[in-house]
Design a protein. Structure first.
Length: 108
């Protein structure tokens, strides 16, 4: 199986491991917020691509799910968590790409 980086030829600036809060929220580290220019109240697109959750400030498909960046957190929609079988105990690998201005989340 090829990795996301090989498939999409993406350079990642940082990689983190986190779990969701029981509410389905994910805390975004400050350095990632700064790198991707996420600010309080921003609407972010959230969708599944190649079994990854992708979070991006910009997307051409405006019908995708959106979440609001609030208190350094984003909420992962229930339907996405259900599809990828993500719970509060699931360890997530979080990859950050400045080039794509996106966060890529892979359940481990």
């Amino acid at each position: 199986m090829t990795s996301l980086q090989e498939t999409m030829d993406i350079q990642f600036e940082s990689v983190y491991q986190r779990t969701l809060l029981k509410s389905g929220q994910l805390t975004i580290p400050r350095n990632v917020q700064t790198l991707l220019d996420y600010e309080y109240g921003d609407y972010l697109y959230i969708y599944i691509s190649n079994k990854y959750i992708v979070i991006s400030k910009h997307h051409t498909n405006t019908t995708l799910n959106q979440c609001v960046f609030n208190n350094n957190r984003i909420s992962i929609p229930k339907e996405i968590r259900r599809i990828l079988k993500i719970t509060a105990e699931t360890l997530l690998e979080i990859k950050v790409s400045k080039e794509k201005e996106s966060i890529f989340i892979n359940p481990l």
